[in-house]
Design a protein around this ligand. Structure first.
Ligand code: NAD
Ligand code: MG
Length: 359
């Protein structure tokens, strides 16, 4: 097992990464203020892993409430949140009851927001079971739900007490979901960690086959990068925005194709290629670097060709992004592999060329 710490003064917390962690109650027990937990999961993950984590806790004398929600992004909403509150109140859960999120990013975001708001805040633990949630959503304290008028529009910054990333859970993950997580792993290399990018080029095949040492290291290094960014900029005033590389283009694709048709990580991968293309047009990346970016994403079985929506439609969709300031779209672009910047200082005509998929 490897451990790293997210440094946020009195809200600092450990991330444990390794194999077999789900069945080891000793990682969780020291963080419980009271021997009562509510484990929140969904109908896909609970049959696979609920008892693996619940039984050792019960054996250690912990009262365990199981809350099993419907699966899917469509359920990351107010109604599902209400189901969590109902269970907590019916079971008389108190300030010292710990919520445990067992699942992917949807369960993590929902459970974290429930923990932030139930009784004005109860402790919570993240047990992410997708690669995306292990390298991204479980770290950093963003929690929340969707609103019919927008994704992730309701939420809170709320840090967990512990993140437990058990790599064994990834063996049951569908390959497309694994690839979607790898898109975010590659992102860390691209925005701030050239050595990691090099390492990923060498180890991508082993990662896709879930080699234990390679997978653990990829998660560790990703979390380390995210933890550093979050420690420096918890509330996204500056550097944290770099984590959105490929996302402004990607959100436009997700939106245009209908949510759920492209997985988020697939749209991000394609958006990353679009950002690289514009960076090349700006003279910041050379052709060889763009080729490396495409090759690593293809090795992760991710799409790299953007759908042809037309530049006007892309621009309209990108205007909806949260990073728009004073009507000008700010983009995360590459200055080299391992160095990204957030900028509104690009050539608008070159952006149109990228969006037109011009050669
Ligand atoms: P997800 O939670 O929907 O999980 C993907 C699918 O895999 C689901 O069907 C899930 O039930 C299933 N699954 C989960 N673990 C499994 C396992 N071990 N074996 C088999 N199936 C398993 O999607 P995700 O990609 O994990 O997370 C996406 C969500 O995360 C989005 O809602 C996004 O907004 C959010 N997110 C949040 C942050 C943040 O900082 N809070 C960051 C990135 C993404
Ligand atoms: Mg993302």
């Amino acid at each position: 097992m490897q451990t790293l710490t997210v440094s946020l003064a009195d809200r600092s917390y450990p991330i444990h990464i390794g194999s077999g962690l789900l069945g080891q109650a000793e990682h969780i027990l020291p963080h419980l203020k009271r021997k009562q937990v509510a484990i929140v999961s969904n109908t896909t993950v609970a049959p696979l892993y609920m008892q693996t984590i619940a039984q050792p806790l019960r054996d250690a004398g912990v009262a365990v409430i199981e809350i099993v929600l419907p699966d899917g992004e469509a359920h990351k909403n107010h109604q599902t949140l209400q189901i969590i509150y109902d269970h907590l109140l019916q079971n008389r859960c108190e300030r010292n009851t710990t919520l445990i999120a067992l699942g992917g990013g949807v369960i993590g975001d929902l459970t974290g927001y429930a923990a932030a708001t139930y009784l004005r805040g109860v402790p919570f633990i993240q047990v992410p079971t997708t690669l995306l949630s292990q390298v991204d959503s479980s770290v950093g304290g963003k929690t929340g739900i969707n609103h019919p008028l927008g994704k992730n529009m309701i939420g809170a910054f709320y840090q967990p007490k512990l993140v437990l990333a058990d790599i064994d859970t990834l063996t049951t993950l569908p390959q497309r979901e694994l690839s979607a997580g790898v898109a975010e792993v590659v992102k860390y290399g691209l925005i701030r960690d050239a050595d990691f990018f090099d390492w990923l080029e060498t180890n991508m095949s082993a990662l896709m086959h879930l080699d234990a040492a390679v997978t653990s290291y990829a998660i560790y290094r990703s979390c380390e990068n995210k933890a550093e960014v979050v420690a420096a900029d918890e509330h996204e005033q500056g550097e944290r925005a770099l984590l959105n590389l490929g996302h402004t283009f990607g959100h436009a694709i997700e939106n245009a194709m209908g949510y759920g048709v492209w997985l988020h990580g697939e749209a991000v991968a394609t958006g990353t290629v679009m950002a690289a293309d514009l960076s090349q047009r700006m003279g910041w990346l050379n052709a060889a670097e763009v080729a490396r970016i495409k090759a690593i994403l293809q090795a992760a079985k991710l799409p790299i060709d953007a759908p042809d929506l037309g530049a006007d439609e892309y621009l309209r969709l990108m205007q909806l992004d949260k990073k728009v300031a004073d009507g000008r779209i700010r983009l995360i672009l590459q200055q080299s592999i391992g160095k990204a910047v957030i900028t509104a200082d690009y050539d608008a005509e070159k952006l149109r060329q990228t969006l037109s998929l011009a050669a």
